[in-house]
Design a binder for this molecule. Structure first.
Ligand code: 13P
Length: 253
């Protein structure tokens, strides 16, 4: 049986009040696989989401973190601050942060190490642009992102990281990678991990998600693929019914 994670990346959407209403409604649905479902919310919502989800196994998390413990970093949030809210997950290296907020392979690597040391599971995002895919350089690009992200990460910690393959051209565009394209890259990501650590147990066990315009009507074909352990879902995760439907689809695979 494959492990699944159906994670909603809300990005900069919903007020705290709307988020709490959503979380309570999601909890009330009593999804049979609720421990495999997570919502990744804006920082200001974390404490109230923790309260709203209390008594359920639904997970929650943040969308970014700083790699230093404390200091003069105006506007930033440390791992210790996140930990206090009870988060399970934190996204690292989302393409929007790489593009608009100067996130680099080096800061991604530092953030992964810091999160692992505090017991928060990072969701590491990788994925190529349309230009890179048109030049057929997507495998080299993703390989480089993975090698740099995992630099200096001990083999015992590899499976504490979730990887999400999110081709930039499929994010928010309504243009999904075909299940075959998504599967091929998720399989390739395992091969890179296998090459780095020379350990087939680690590369088989690591969770690899697909993200990019996943919705109820394309989720089944994507989630059925053997190397895909779930989805990192943007737009569709803002709709309760859509997120719940995708979670239900995963529970039946
Ligand atoms: P969409 O599902 O809206 O394409 O967003 C995907 C994404 O960026 C999740 O992190």
């Amino acid at each position: 049986m494959k492990n699944f994670l159906i994670a909603g990346n809300w990005k900069m959407n919903k007020t705290a009040k709307e988020a709490v209403e959503f979380a309570k409604a999601l909890k009330a649905m009593k999804l049979e696989n609720e421990k495999d479902v997570a919502i990744l919310v804006p920082f200001t919502h974390l404490f109230s989401i923790a309260d709203a989800l209390d008594g359920s196994s639904i997970r929650f998390g943040a969308q970014n973190v700083h790699y230093e413990d404390s200091g003069a970093y105006t506007g930033e949030i440390s791992v210790k601050m996140l930990k206090e809210t009870g988060v399970d997950y934190c996204i690292v290296g989302h393409s929007e942060r790489r593009e608009y907020f100067n996130e680099t392979d080096e800061t991604v690597n530092l953030k992964l190490k810091k999160l692992i040391s505090s017991g928060i599971t990072p969701i590491l995002c990788v994925g190529e642009s349309l230009e890179t895919r048109e030049e057929n350089l997507q495998t080299e690009f993703v390989e480089s992102q993975i090698i740099k992200a995992f630099d200096g990460i001990d083999r015992v910690d590899v499976n504490k990281i979730v990887i999400a393959y999110e081709p930039i051209w499929a994010i928010g565009t309504g243009k999904t990678a075909t299940p075959e394209e998504a599967e091929e890259m998720c399989r390739f990501i395992r091969e890179i991990i296998q090459e780095i650590y020379n350990d087939s147990v680690i590369s088989e066990q690591i969770m690899v998600l697909y993200g990019g315009s996943m919705k109820p009507d394309n989720a089944e074909d994507l989630l059925n693929k053997p190397n895909i352990n779930g989805g990192l879902i943007g737009g569709a995760s803002l709709k309760l019914e859509d997120l719940a439907t995708i979670a239900e689809i995963a529970s039946k695979i």
